[in-house]
Design a protein around this ligand. Structure first.
Ligand SMILES: Cc1cc2nc3c(=O)[nH]c(=O)nc-3n(C[C@H](O)[C@H](O)[C@H](O)COP(=O)(O)O)c2cc1C
Length: 201
């Protein structure tokens, strides 16, 4: 074992350092009582395959928290580079005082299974219905089942394969937005046998 004295590391204050994170535009509302709203969320993650589930963590003081708690549904819209500015902006202003769809020019479009609209311009739209809400402390974690998914037709190739790498997706790390870089390989590349130079079976 390497000795503590030889480790070239610095200790940081315990905090939310997990990086990189996705950053998404969550749409909510769309009922007679709740007009559609958008909230930027970085604290989101996939948590179960069967049934497919994800979580978003939202502070109770957010206007979107009120809407999501009441309607029990939301859409996770995964933005591309083109929506990076709008994604940041929707995280700076509250839907209590502004209609974020109108202000950003983002288009609300029908979801397949929910009353809540999707964001048309975002390449990937994940429709979610809440299964559980857990007040963890500063944030409520909404645990939700994915009940429908829509993807831009341009990201599905002629063979029906999903080509998300062409979607211009973005990431968030320690307060900064990043474009994704080069692809390092398909999952499992480390154990696949090579059949020729640069080729895998
Ligand atoms: C990059 C980024 C990530 C954010 N992530 C979260 C988050 O995970 N949870 C949260 O409650 N607020 C998050 N926020 C803050 C909300 O998006 C922000 O307070 C927003 O204005 C709330 O809008 P609303 O009042 O219309 O719901 C984030 C903001 C930014 C810019």
């Amino acid at each position: 074992m390497t000795k503590q004295a030889d480790i070239k590391k610095k200790s940081l204050k315990p905090g939310n350092m997990l990086s990189p994170l996705p950053v998404v535009l969550v749409s909510c509302g769309g009922t007679p009582k709740w007009k559609p709203n958008l909230i930027t969320i970085a604290w989101t993650g996939s948590v179960c395959s069967e049934p497919p589930m994800l979580t978003i963590s939202v502070r109770p003081e957010r206007y979107s928290h009120e809407i999501i708690k009441a309607t029990r549904e939301f859409v996770v819209n995964v933005p591309s580079l083109q929506q990076a500015g709008a994604t940041d902006w929707c995280g700076m202003v509250s839907g209590r005082s502004v209609d974020k769809f109108t202000a950003t020019g983002l288009t609300p479009a029908p979801a397949l299974k929910l009353r809540c609209p999707i964001v048309l311009q975002c390449p990937l739209n994940i429709e979610c219905r809440i299964r559980q809400s857990l007040l963890l402390g500063s944030h409520t974690m909404f645990v939700a089942e994915v009940i429908a998914v829509q993807v831009s037709a341009t990201l599905v190739d002629a063979k029906g394969r999903l080509r998300l790498e062409k979607g211009g997706l973005i990431a968030f790390a320690h307060g900064q937005y990043f474009a994704l870089g080069r692809c390092l390989g398909r999952f499992g590349f480390s154990v696949r046998k090579r059949t020729g130079k640069g080729k895998t079976r």
